[in-house]
Design a binder for this molecule. Sequence first.
Ligand code: FAD
Length: 116
Amino acid sequence: PTPDDCPADVETLGRSTWTLLHSIAATYPKTPSAAQQSDLRTFMGTFSRLYPCWVCAEDFQRYMEKDHVQVGSRDEFGKWLCEAHNAVNVKLGKEKFDCSKWEERWRTGWKDGRCD
Ligand code: FAD
């Protein structure tokens, strides 16, 4: 068996979840409708209560209480999510990510063609 055949630990769950969340940001419209904005706000609120790492979820809910999720556009949500991820990076002693590059990492691929 490979590690992928076993229940996800906090790291695997985290990496997979960030992939999902940043990919949602990457495909979120530049000019979302009121319904799309409402869906994303609801999703993020529900997500923060259901995320199956309870200490992570509690901290993330607290983060969202003081820094409300921004759903007005792809750019707004993408940057908000990048900052939220950075807050977790700082908490865990990881390097901060340069949020001017979130679209290269999660939507377009790097300018040097690394993802082609
Ligand atoms: P990850 O942090 O999983 O990042 C994956 C990839 O995303 C990186 O390789 C990089 O290319 C890119 N990336 C990194 N930072 C950013 C950014 N700011 N914006 C855009 N892209 C970026 N773990 C705990 O131990 N304690 C916690 O309290 C905790 N809280 C979490 C809360 C949430 C909401 C989530 C989704 C995860 C949480 N985790 C927590 C897991 C943790 O964030 C990491 O996912 C895990 O430690 C694995 O880290 P990693 O180094 O593989 O990279």
